[in-house]
Design a binder for this molecule. Structure first.
Ligand code: ADP
Ligand code: MG
Length: 383
């Protein structure tokens, strides 16, 4: 038997390479939305309004009231690796923003029609720009490539249309519009809880009523009540713990915190790359869900961690009847120097130093709070 000779190696077309790369980051409408929400939060928005058509496949529009984008930056906005968030390698270890790769808008422009309308405070009008394959395109052939002036409020509106129009396999891997819409609502719900002071609204295009709406300036508990219902909210136990529990001592919660942890670190902690703190709002012994609801944020990023989920479920298994599951919103802050967020393009997977030890400490704190009964709503964990 004769083996066939090797086939020649060919260079892929540039546009194909870009589409493949974009698919690594933008899997579905909800992953595009996650990137766009993070951009709005990075821009210090207090209002994020999302409009969706056909599960986000036809239209995904996100309007914020943040800083806006300077007109002079619009020409390179959708190029790969253009970002306002880091400039040197060492910045990566002190990351305070969600974004840093400058890849989201570029990726979206390779797999969808992208339009940006934006206005900074000092602009006298808004500017509109359309992008394709990483570059600014004229709105109509024959016009100049410059962004066009238009009416608009301070902030940015990003319009994503016909997602995956040029990648049919990706398109066919999507579920029904209603399932994709459910994922969009899920992402928004979680970000709304974690950013309770920010107003989030999500609705279908053409509909007068919204499917998700939170007022600005809410507390974490208010948003949980609004989005997950009274049955969860009335059960909530609030736990805070950290690498330095003596600092938590005496810290009282009036159940009215802003949700953001006030880690007003002293000098010692700032110098300790292993310092961490955690805050959780979670259900008590008499709340029984069918499936675990876990909202896990590490340094403000929504992430997945099957390991943390398993550990939390194990902690609850001693107090919940068989088959019952908890509700847990856990926000973990770790010194950026000990987190490696750069492991995966979607940034969903995060690894950090002393992972096992930290998880164990958090579970201990939760265990202690749970066994204390659910009458007292606030627990401070001390060693
Ligand atoms: P990254 O977030 O990693 O920097 P993106 O592609 O998501 O990359 O965004 C590129 C740049 O566009 C950002 O660094 C930011 O300067 C700007 N930008 C994107 N979205 C917004 C927004 N909603 N408001 C203000 N600026 C934005
Ligand atoms: Mg971004």
């Amino acid at each position: 038997l004769q083996l066939p000779g090797p086939k020649p190696i060919r260079r892929l077309q540039e546009s194909l390479i870009n589409r493949i790369a974009a698919g690594e980051i933008i899997h579905r409408p909800a992953s595009a939305l996650k990137e766009l929400i993070e951009n709005s939060l990075d821009a210090c928005s207090t209002s994020v309004r999302v409009t969706v058509k056909d599960g986000g496949m036809k239209l995904l529009q996100i309007q914020d009231n943040g800083s806006g984008i300077r007109k002079s930056d619009l020409s390179i906005l959708a190029e790969r690796f253009t970002t306002s968030k880091i400039s040197t390698f060492s910045d990566l270890s002190q990351l305070a923003t969600y974004g840093f790769r400058g890849e989201a808008l570029a990726s979206i422009s390779h797999v969808a029609h992208l339009t940006v309308m934006t206005k900074t405070k000092s602009d006298t009008c808004a500017w509109k720009a359309c992008y394709e394959d990483g570059t600014l395109i004229p709105a109509k052939a024959g016009l100049t490539q410059d962004p066009k002036p238009c009416a608009g409020n301070d902030g940015t509106t990003i319009i994503v249309e016909d997602l995956f129009y040029n990648t049919p396999t990706r398109l066919s891997s999507l579920r029904s519009s209603s399932e994709e819409y459910a994922r969009i609502l899920d992402v928004m719900t979680k970000y709304a809880v974690h950013n309770s002071a920010v107003s989030f609204v999500c609705k279908k295009a053409g509909s007068t009523s919204s499917d998700l709406s939170t007022p600005s300036g809410s507390t974490t508990e208010q948003v949980i009540r609004l989005l997950y219902g009274h049955s969860v909210a009335k059960e909530l136990i609030h736990v805070t713990t950290s690498s330095n529990p003596s600092k938590d001592e005496g810290r009282q919660s009036d159940g009215n915190d802003e949700g953001a942890m006030d880690v007003d670190e002293d000098q010692d902690e700032q110098d300790d790359p292993e310092a961490w703190s955690a805050e959780a709002y979670m259900s008590g012994a008499s709340y029984h869900a069918k499936k675990t609801v876990l909202l896990l944020f590490i340094n403000n990023r929504l992430v997945d961690s099957p390991r943390i989920k398993r550990s939390l479920e194990a902690t609850y298994s001693s107090i919940l009847p068989k088959g019952a599951s908890p509700y847990i919103y856990l926000s973990l802050r770790i010194d950026p120097r000990s987190v490696d967020v750069n492991v995966h393009p979607t940034k969903r997977e995060v690894h950090f130093l002393n992972e096992e030890k930290i998880i164990e400490r958090i579970c201990d704190a939760i265990q202690e709070a749970l066994s204390g009964g659910s009458r007292s709503r606030v627990f401070e964990y001390q060693t």
